[in-house]
Design a binder for this molecule. Structure first.
Ligand code: ADP
Ligand code: MG
Length: 190
């Protein structure tokens, strides 16, 4: 399958999920996520804000807030196809931005060098840590200068043994599904 065929196929499977499915699958994913050493020790976590039936991350924001961690989210610059990062305080004061993805109404910029762990969406991942996004390369550009642990979240049906990759694609250190944590390499403890 080509990247685009794979994208179409997975989008259709994700569209078929109902609210209850998403809640149940996300709850399992959250359990694994909060068991990771790099999340436990992080002072600042960056997470995407879920849309398009992605695994829920609003509950993640709530829990990180309760743990008094600083939280950042990506803000989409659609014109230049780049993501920048902004702090948020809880899930209040969010507005729908580009692609209908929530973002803070007031931007408080933060450099990626201040992020201790990054939670990343994707349409498909493989067991080598490769990621396929929506096809615009937003995260590849953002992750170019990222040295912190990168954690991909997806449902089990989005995880493959091998997906097509290109040299600019940035790899994950962890991938979490409702069924397992995949640890890529030995750079970070589980
Ligand atoms: P995605 O990661 O969203 O699935 P792709 O990896 O297919 O998308 O990348 C989409 C486009 O973005 C490609 O044409 C690629 O050339 C461009 N791109 C990806 N990463 C970079 C980068 N680091 N710098 C410049 N362009 C990039
Ligand atoms: Mg890519």
């Amino acid at each position: 399958m080509t990247k685009d065929e794979l994208r179409t196929n997975i989008r259709a499977q994700r569209r078929a999920l109902n609210t209850n499915d998403i809640y149940n699958l996300s709850t399992q994913i959250h359990k694994y996520l909060f068991s990771l050493e790099c999340i436990k020790t992080a002072k600042t976590v960056c997470t995407f804000l879920s849309a398009f039936k992605e695994p829920d991350t609003f509950e993640i924001v709530k829990r990180l807030s309760a743990e008094k961690k600083r939280i950042a989210v990506p803000v989409t610059d659609i014109e230049n196809t780049v993501l920048s990062l902004s702090y948020i305080s809880g899930t209040n004061s969010l507005i729908k931005g580009a692609y209908g993805i929530y973002e803070p109404s007031e931007i408080r910029p933060v450099s990626i060098s201040h992020i201790d762990a990054l939670i990343i969406p994707g349409l498909a991942f493989d067991r080598q840590g490769n990621r396929m996004g929506f096809g615009k390369g937003y995260y590849d550009r953002l992750l170019n200068d990222c040295t912190c642990p990168k954690i991909g979240l997806c449902y089990d049906f989005q995880l493959f043994d091998e997906i097509p990759t290109e040299p600019h694609d940035i790899q994950m250190n962890f991938i979490i599904t409702e069924k397992e944590i995949i640890t890529v390499g030995e750079k970070y403890a589980v």
